[in-house]
Write a protein that binds this ligand. Structure first.
Ligand SMILES: Cc1ncc(COP(=O)(O)O)c(C=O)c1O
Length: 389
């Protein structure tokens, strides 16, 4: 029998990046392709101790089913951290624990989008969000990103021409471009969205990985309840634990909880308790400082190696945080061919075109600088140069 799938499955394909990652998993390939944190950033001993505490002190609770909304002390910790970082009055009731922020993206798509609804996404943009939303069959419009945020004329035009239901952005050290929206653009985008009553999803997995400069305001400051914020412990503690969250106003939370119940009842309760115990038993800011120092060194090393190896018409930006560099090349360069040669030379990256699912990509690439150690960064960039020709 031929299986007949739902129409929505025609709208999304397997992630190109996951396919590259499979190739890049071979141990002799140096991969700048994935979005992996450094294993050095995982607080391994501290998490082992936290797991030990949870399993010896509260095993009956930790191994039991629990609330869909998440482990209350962890939700409270997240609310308190927002108060500390931004001065916001956040209630733990406004925090939903999810399986990574990826599930937050998916659940928001599920509760907000009908088939055919208009959505605005960034170009280049985070493929995981494209993939998640595509399953809800919206009409996706893109707004090109500039060095300081989206092109405002295009955004205004889109909002004037279409009843846009929602806009999705990753304004801090964006994946893939590494850019951060300026305060001016945040204010301007918020003002346009307010005028058109369009809800904003601010996906912020990298905000705490700032190693230079000062943080601009969250969109929440300008949009209040017209904005949902996604966060995650993936980059600050461990992605393997799969714990993230959505910060959303009460009316959105109510629907999110229903969607989450339908999807998986709750996130891993044991993992939530282990993370919470880790957070209250350790100095998280010191841990974050160490990650920031590590990533800053790797960014600088990668940029130095690139500068020494490539001609001046290959241009890389210098993000103030996060995990990615973005490079722009002369239009004559065939990036796909370069990737094929690079993989034969045992180094991998992601061509920029992968982040423009609707086409129109400049000749570009994304490089991850967080995962490879310094020796591998040096060797990898040399291999990349050799493959460039
Ligand atoms: C912009 C963005 N959003 C969400 C995610 C998913 O992260 P998580 O591990 O929290 O699901 C990523 C991961 O790379 C990302 O770059």
């Amino acid at each position: 029998m031929k299986v007949r799938f739902a129409d929505r499955m025609n709208t999304s394909t397997r992630s190109f990046i996951r396919e590259i990652l499979k190739v890049a998993e071979s141990p002799d390939i140096i991969s700048f392709a994935g979005g992996l944190p450094s294993p050095q950033s995982f607080p391994q001993r501290e998490l082992a101790e936290a797991a030990q505490v949870v399993m010896s002190e509260t095993p009956d609770q930790a191994l039991q089913y629990s609330a869909t909304e998440g482990f209350l002390p962890l939700r409270q910790w997240i609310a308190d951290r927002y108060r500390m970082r931004f001065g916001w009055e956040v209630s733990s009731d406004e925090i939903l624990i999810t399986n990574g922020s990826q599930q937050g993206v998916d659940l928001l798509g599920k509760i907000l989008l009908n088939a055919g609804d208009s959505v605005v996404m960034e170009a280049p943009g985070y493929l995981g969000a494209w993939q998640a939303f595509a399953l809800y069959q919206p009409e996706v419009f893109t707004v090109p990103l500039e060095a300081d945020g989206p092109n405002l004329e295009r955004l205004e035009q889109l909002l004037e021409q279409h009843p846009v239901r929602m806009m999705y952005v990753a304004p801090n050290f964006q994946n893939p471009s590494g850019i951060t929206y300026s305060e001016r653009k945040r204010r301007a985008v918020a003002s346009l969205l307010r005028k058109h009553e369009t809800i904003l999803i601010e996906d912020d997995p990298y905000g705490e990985l700032r190693f230079e400069g000062t943080a601009p305001s969250s969109f929440r400051t300008y949009l209040n309840n017209q904005c949902c914020v996604l966060g995650t412990f993936s980059k600050m503690v461990s992605p393997g634990l799969r714990i993230g969250w959505v910060y959303a106003p009460a009316e959105v939370m109510e629907k999110l909880v229903i969607a989450k119940q339908a999807a998986d009842l709750q996130s891993n309760h044991l993992a939530q308790r282990i993370i919470h115990t880790y957070l209250i038993q350790n100095d998280v800011d010191r841990h974050l400082n160490e990650i920031q120092r590590l990533y800053r060194e790797r960014r600088d090393l990668m940029l130095d190696c690139l500068k020494a190896a490539f001609p001046a018409d290959v241009k890389f930006n210098k993000p103030q945080g996060g995990m990615f560099l973005w490079g722009e090349l002369p239009n004559s360069v065939d990036v796909q061919l370069w990737l094929e040669r690079a993989i034969r030379n045992r180094v991998a990256f992601v061509p920029g075109a992968a982040f423009y699912p609707q086409g129109d990509a400049p000749s570009s690439l994304r490089l991850n600088f967080s995962n490879a150690d310094p020796g591998s960064i040096e060797t990898g960039i040399q291999r990349l140069r050799k493959a460039y020709g």
